[in-house]
Design a protein around this ligand. Structure first.
Ligand SMILES: Nc1ncnc2c1ncn2[C@@H]1O[C@H](COP(=O)(O)OP(=O)(O)OP(=O)(O)O)[C@@H](O)[C@H]1O
Ligand SMILES: [Mg+2]
Length: 277
């Protein structure tokens, strides 16, 4: 496929990427917490220019997989690859420098700073890290639809939009791979629709996006591939329509209470963003 420069409304969001190229993959990743196997031989992949879904019931291991991929935790077995390179033993900051960015299920923003200041901090860190041109804060506020609340304290921003602030902050580093942990949780329907448009636009620019979400219509509408985790195992991988019709997936997840708007997410979501650490 053609090389595509990741440019979204003129933003140098990333490097030149091959659309469709596997940018991130895990190979046989196993993670244990004491005797508990949180991830069991997990192999998934995320391609440039696509949104890949990662779904499954509470406690299935989705956040643990993000932690392992970003270097917050080490697997007991298996490897993590970025653009084919084994990064399993790299420190988190080195993975970030190579173009990996994430958001957190429990928001980790600086609540005493404004939206703009949160992005400025991220820009400062990203600029010092890489030396490459990063998006301007004003461009990012515009792209993500946050310009009207740029000077509001994050503490005063409702959860739904605070999640977009976290996405914007992650994008300030000009990532190649973006990992989103329940980004639509706390968003209104209208916010989610706008957010879906943003993700489509980012993917069209070449970004590889991995989306953990309990909002199944969002996942099914956006993703080209969906991986389903249950008790730490991948029980299905494929196009959304195939995965959605899979009896094992229906039994483990779709047919249970773990559907949008149920206890699956509601208990986890803070009313407002909370400070990092
Ligand atoms: N630091 C930890 N120490 C011990 N056990 C942990 C730790 N982190 C996660 N676990 C356990 O690992 C399993 C996977 O948890 P994880 O948070 O990855 O699930 P999840 O799929 O993200 O769930 P949710 O949809 O509720 O966010 C759970 O059984 C959880 O209790
Ligand atoms: Mg989680």
């Amino acid at each position: 496929m053609d090389a595509i420069a990741v440019r979204t409304k003129g933003l140098p969001l990333s490097h030149d990427l091959q659309s469709g190229e596997i940018l991130l993959d895990t190979r046989g990743v196993t993670v244990r917490f004491g005797g508990h196997v949180a991830l069991d031989d997990v192999s998934i992949s995320v391609r440039a220019g696509t949104v890949t879904g990662l779904i499954g019931p509470n406690g299935a291991g989705k956040t643990t997989l993000f932690d392992t991929v970003t270097g917050a935790g080490r697997p007991a077995a298996g490897t993590v690859h970025l653009a084919g390179h084994d990064i399993t033993r790299l420190a988190p900051h080195r993975r970030a420098r190579l173009g990996m960015a994430r958001t957190f299920q429990r928001l980790e923003l600086f609540v005493s700073l404004t939206v703009r200041q949160n992005l400025l901090v991220a820009a400062d860190i990203a600029g010092r890290r890489s030396g490459r041109r990063i998006p301007s804060v004003d461009e990012m506020l515009e792209l993500t639809g946050l310009a009207d609340i740029a000077d509001d304290d994050v503490a005063d921003v409702p959860t739904g939009r605070a999640r977009i602030v976290e996405v914007a902050r992650a994008l300030m580093s000009g990532p190649r791979v973006l990992l989103l942990d329940e980004p639509a949780s706390g968003q209104t329907e209208e916010e989610t629709a706008r957010f879906a448009d943003l993700l489509r636009q980012l993917a069209a620019g070449g970004l590889a996006i991995c989306l953990v979400e309990h909002d199944l219509p969002l996942v099914m509408g956006l993703c080209s591939t969906v991986h389903v985790l249950d008790y730490g195992k991948v029980i299905a991988s494929g196009p959304p329509e195939q995965v959605g019709a899979d009896p094992a997936v229906i039994a483990a997840y779709i047919g249970t209470d773990h559907t949008p708007g149920t206890a699956a997410t509601d208990g986890d979501v803070p009313d407002t963003a909370r400070e990092a650490g």
